[in-house]
Design a protein around this ligand. Structure first.
Ligand code: UT7
Length: 355
């Protein structure tokens, strides 16, 4: 059976470092509060007129492609995961395709928030397994800093998020007869969602929901156009144009679902927690990762976190962390790697792979 493997990985983060003290100068927060509640020390912000979600994804892709030893004309499918696209439409997939000089292959955009990378990986995995594609370029990139509320009202959200991108090239595994080679690659992916609390972590505008959507917290007035396509002065004055998060509710759900979806992946492959070499959790909050680690009784060297440096980069956080771990020699051939994510939607997912 064909299996997909990551043949090359790359990352890109903007050069602009924003510390907690930088944020404390524009809103009522502190380095102490942010570090204690999230573990974050600094994050990167895109440079206006230089970095966009697409350009960052493309920079990461160039590195991944070079490491995979593939050229633009070898790529036969593109997947781009983001919740912060350059345009409302078309998606970043075709913009990246143009920037990389790739013509007339398929390009798919995925918007599954924090679990977007694993969802995209799962889609790519299916295409490779069926033999349909041989070189899939997967980019995950986010530019949050252009759309955050930097007033006190938005401080619980804005201190968390950062910008950046990761990319991988996926290829079918080639069994070269060396020990263990046949068991390498993506072993399984596990995708979940529950839309019953969709607005609990959301950005509702711009949208097409004129006067009709669920949130009890702010019912739209029926006599008033309210969707993002009707951008009125009144709309711009409301916080609805910014991301909203009920942080505590998200936190409580995350610390249940992270361990659950990791155990699901292990069970599906008849493996144990002790078999894992490295868990790369979505970098939502260091405390969430630590609680997951504690519940699964994982050693420190079995979990990789870099939220301290980059904040939460949503879909990009896992490929950035995986890339950095690999560059630091913490991901080695034949290692068992588990990716896990939870976030807005809610959506959550895991992937188990033998590197
Ligand atoms: O990746 C997507 C998934 N997202 C997540 O997984 C995020 C999950 N949630 C969290 O990480 C945490 O809930 C936060 C970090 C967002 C917030 O931490 P918290 O410990 O849950 O704080 P809180 O929202 O309960 O607020 C506690 C206090 C409040 O003040 P009062 O009412 O106790 O006086 C907030 O107003 O902290 C205040 N606060 C802040 N203070 C300083 C909220 N944000 C800030 C801030 N700086 N940035």
């Amino acid at each position: 059976m064909l299996r997909a493997r990551i043949a090359g990985i790359g990352m890109y983060v903007p050069k602009n470092v924003v510390t907690n003290n930088d944020l404390a100068r524009v809103m009522d927060t502190s380095d102490e509060w942010i570090q204690e509640r999230t573990g974050i020390k600094e994050r990167r912000y895109a440079t206006p007129f230089e970095d966009t979600t697409t350009t960052m994804g493309v920079e990461a892709a160039r590195v991944a492609m070079e490491r995979a030893g593939v050229a633009a004309n070898d790529i036969d499918f593109i997947i781009f995961s983001t919740i912060s696209p350059d345009y409302y439409f078309p998606g970043c997939g075709v913009l990246a395709q143009r920037a990389l000089g790739i013509t007339e292959i398929g390009a798919l955009d995925i918007r599954n928030q924090c679990s977007g990378f694993i969802y995209a990986l799962s889609v790519a995995d299916q295409f490779i397994k069926t033999g349909m594609y041989k070189n899939i370029l997967l980019m995950a990139s986010e530019t949050h800093s252009y759309g955050l509320d930097f007033s006190n009202r938005g401080r619980n959200v804005s201190v968390i998020f950062g910008d950046g991108a990761g990319a991988v090239v996926l290829q079918p595994i080639i069994s070269d007869g060396s020990p263990g080679s046949a068991s390498r690659g993506i072993l399984s992916t596990h995708l979940h969602s529950d839309g019953s609390q969709a607005e609990i972590l959301s950005m509702i505008n711009p949208g097409f929901h004129v006067g009709k959507f669920v949130p009890e917290k702010k019912p739209a007035k029926p006599d008033q156009p309210y969707g993002g396509l009707f951008i009125t002065k009144e709309l711009l004055e409301k916080e609805d144009i910014y991301p909203f998060m009920d942080g505590q509710s998200v936190f409580k759900k995350a610390i249940v679902k992270f361990p659950e979806v990791i155990l699901e992946a292990l069970k599906a492959n008849n493996l144990q927690v002790s078999d894992i070499n490295l868990v790369i959790p979505h970098q939502a909050n260091l405390r969430i990762s630590q609680m997951m680690q504690h519940q699964l009784k994982l050693r420190n060297d079995q979990v990789y976190n870099n939220i301290q440096k980059y904040g939460n980069t949503t879909a990009a956080s896992i490929p950035i962390a995986l890339c950095e771990a690999w560059e630091n020699g913490k991901v080695k051939d034949n290692d068992l790697i588990c990716l896990a994510a939870f976030g807005s939607g809610f959506t959550w997912a895991s992937a188990l792979m033998r590197w």
